[in-house]
Design a protein around this ligand. Structure first.
Ligand SMILES: [Zn+2]
Ligand SMILES: [Zn+2]
Length: 345
């Protein structure tokens, strides 16, 4: 099969012929229909993730058709159109038994701990627990656009943020995951204040229903959110992952508000200062989110089927497998607007 491979961190991603994958005993092989290009792929390529060892095929935001299944796969899966979360739970650990497959103690992540979906075929273990059948109405490109940004934003806003109708939600950072959060919060009936340093992203946030947009370069974004929301947001998300956006998110909350850390904290910003005195005096909650449990997919797919959510609106471009390397390299410049999805292999 054809796959996009890098042989060293930061080295060129080359499309080459590699062996077709075999289905694991408890898994399947998918014919990949579409796969998103995500900042997590960029981090893997740059060598920020010790699980990733070159030569490596990235790709974890996938959708496709089951073309082979191992002997232990219980359900008749051949021909099924599916997606899967980027974090495949084992089904046996304490987290999985509690339904929290996204923080499995022994997780498998295509594109990180194993070969990913920047390829014509990808093998996925643990199929019975983790495969999510797609409704006929949802195309592969739209389904690829669900992971990982959209489903993580869905978990952040609904499961962890517990956002209710009429709440104010502050979204700090309006890249892929931030704009997803804006759309989801609006669908829940929340009022959204979107914060970024890029006027184009703020414009997109407004198109998706953000009531207030704030340019973080113009003064203190936390104070601006408190001012615009009559005392602070009920729920605030750091959707970028930086010391500045994290502090702004915590600072933008009203009393008993909830900060959800969505953006990854990497490199020098793994450990950032948090104003804990404010957490105490305001009785704030701080929550992290590492993706969405596979059991929440039906609610997400229902909302899409009913037209309340439309992840396709967040797709900026569809490209071919040959373009993946250039797209990944472009992420070093923080220039892209909208998700890029590989749709031809
Ligand atoms: Zn597990
Ligand atoms: Zn991703």
């Amino acid at each position: 099969m054809r796959a996009a491979v890098f042989h060293e961190y930061g080295g060129r991603l080359v499309v080459e012929e590699v062996a077709d994958p075999e289905p694991p005993p408890d898994g399947v092989v998918l014919h990949v229909g579409a796969t998103g290009i995500c900042r997590s792929d960029w981090h893997a390529w740059m060598g920020h993730d010790p699980d990733v060892v070159p030569p490596h095929v990235p790709g974890h935001e996938l959708a496709g058709t089951v073309v082979a299944a191992g002997p232990a796969v219980r359900e008749a899966r051949l021909g099924e159109r599916v997606t899967a979360p980027f974090c495949l739970g084992c089904g046996r650990c304490a987290q999985c038994l509690a339904g929290e497959t996204q923080i499995c103690d022994d997780d498998y992540q295509p594109g990180f701990t194993g070969p990913g979906s920047f390829a014509q075929y990808v093998a996925l273990p643990r199929a019975d627990l983790n495969l999510v059948p797609l409704p006929d109405s949802l195309g592969f490109v739209e389904a690829a656009a669900l992971g990982c940004r959209f489903m993580t934003a869905f978990a952040a806003v609904t499961v962890h943020g517990r956002t209710a109708e009429g709440d104010w939600v502050a979204v700090h950072g309006c890249g892929g995951v931030g704009l997803s959060a804006v759309m989801i919060a609006v669908a829940v009936g929340a009022r959204v204040a979107a914060v970024d340093v890029d006027p184009v992203k703020l414009e997109r946030a407004a198109e998706l229903g953000a009531e207030v947009t704030l340019d973080a370069r113009e003064g203190d974004p936390a104070a601006a959110v408190r001012e615009a929301t009559g005392g602070g947001a009920h729920v605030a998300l750091d959707a970028l992952g930086s010391a500045a956006t994290c502090a702004a998110s915590v600072g933008s909350l009203r009393k008993r508000g909830r900060h959800v850390q969505v953006g990854l904290m990497l490199g020098d910003e793994r450990n950032v200062p948090i104003p804990m005195s404010r957490v105490i005096s305001h009785e704030l909650e701080l929550v992290g989110v590492h993706g969405m449990a596979v059991r929440h997919y039906p609610v997400l797919l229902d909302a899409i089927g009913a037209g309340r959510l439309d992840p396709a609106r967040l797709v900026g471009a569809t490209v071919a497998l040959e373009d993946a390397g250039a797209e990944l390299a472009a992420m070093s410049g923080f220039t892209r607007h909208g998700a890029t999805v590989i749709a031809s292999f």
